[in-house]
Design a protein. Structure first.
Length: 332
């Protein structure tokens, strides 16, 4: 009888799609437990959270530090003020409404213009004044806020992205998320809107995550729903090899946010306006982990060298920290 060697079959689909915790750690991938237990909890004192969980407080700190941020048009804190919102916004054609204590892009409403008595979203959909007031009422009730506590609605300038980045984002301004440890930039990504995300740059709502080389500010890799892509799903525009404008200024703002908050591990979101340049949008004490997918690099592979550098030179200046990260993690 002729012997037939067994055919080597591929591993089952579940095995190709999932990794064990040990495998992920060997790949340098940080999970939520490692992020929280090794960095967030020991390096971010609970008393400092209020400085970044409340966007109004973060803006106050940024103003003291001379960091530019979107202008505030109105702050609505009661039902009485909600009824006067349209009058407060007379003459303002475009704006963004967000909860002051929101997270993950929840509760953000982007208005691109007006058409008669209606408001126009980036998608072209019309929103009535009653719908605007209803949305603000939901914000006040804490529907989108951390812990579900009552909140305030922040109405601010809508960033107009600089020309080079407009094509990367569908009907919305992309933002740049930079994660820092001890003031050292660890990793950065551009978050760009899609038709699915309705003009919002949040990955959980269908936006793109685009990895950025820390040394040059050039995009290197992109993901959409966790899977690598090279072109925008709506426009077909190339996502790789794009130079981020004012890259050094973006890094300067991010490092300054570490200095002003005292947080050891944080994420800083910056948008680049066509006329105002880089603007700080918000600071996050618990930045998400999708930035690893966008860059194709595990966070632990970069956090380790920074910990060692910090222990060696705890008094490094912001400029020295940026120079270290560029030299250590840049892709020449």
């Amino acid at each position: 009888m002729k012997f037939i060697s067994p055919v080597k079959s591929k591993p089952p689909l579940w095995r190709r799609c999932f990794r064990t915790p040990g495998e992920l750690r060997r790949m340098g991938v940080a999970g939520i437990n490692a992020r929280n237990g090794d960095f967030v909890l020991p390096l971010n004192p609970r008393a400092l959270y209020r400085l970044v969980d409340d966007k109004l407080e973060t803006k106050r700190l940024a103003e003291v530090e001379g960091i530019a941020f979107p202008k505030t048009y109105a702050v609505v804190g009661s039902s009485h003020e909600t009824s006067k919102l349209e009058k407060m916004l007379e003459g303002v054609t475009s704006f963004v409404i967000k909860p002051t204590r929101g997270s993950g892009g929840k509760g953000v409403l982007v208005i691109d213009g007006r058409e008669g008595r209606s408001y126009v979203k980036p998608s072209g959909a019309l929103v009535s004044g009653d719908e605007i007031r209803h949305h603000v009422s939901n914000i006040l009730a804490g529907l989108f806020s951390l812990g579900g506590q009552r909140d305030k609605a922040l109405v601010e300038y809508r960033v107009r992205p600089t020309g080079g980045l407009t094509a990367l984002s569908h009907q919305g301004a992309p933002d740049i998320r930079t994660v820092l440890l001890h003031g050292y930039p660890v990793m950065a990504m551009l978050r760009a809107a899609t038709r699915e995300s309705d003009g919002r740059a949040n990955l959980h709502q269908g936006a793109l995550g685009i990895g950025i080389d820390l040394e040059t500010g050039v995009t290197t890799r992109a993901i959409y729903h966790g899977k690598p892509v090279e072109r925008h799903p709506d426009s077909g525009v190339d996502l790789i090899g794009v130079q981020i404008p004012a890259w050094d200024e973006v890094l300067d703002i991010s490092v300054t946010c570490h200095e002003m908050t005292g947080l050891g591990y944080l994420g800083v979101d910056v948008m680049i306006d066509e006329t105002l340049g880089p603007l700080m949008i918000e600071v996050n004490a618990r930045p998400g982990l999708a930035i690893q997918l966008a860059n194709g690099v595990g966070l632990l592979k970069r956090l380790g060298p920074i910990v060692r550098q910090y222990e060696t030179d705890p008094g490094a200046t912001p400029a020295e920290k940026i120079a270290f990260s560029k030299a250590e993690f840049g892709r020449r």
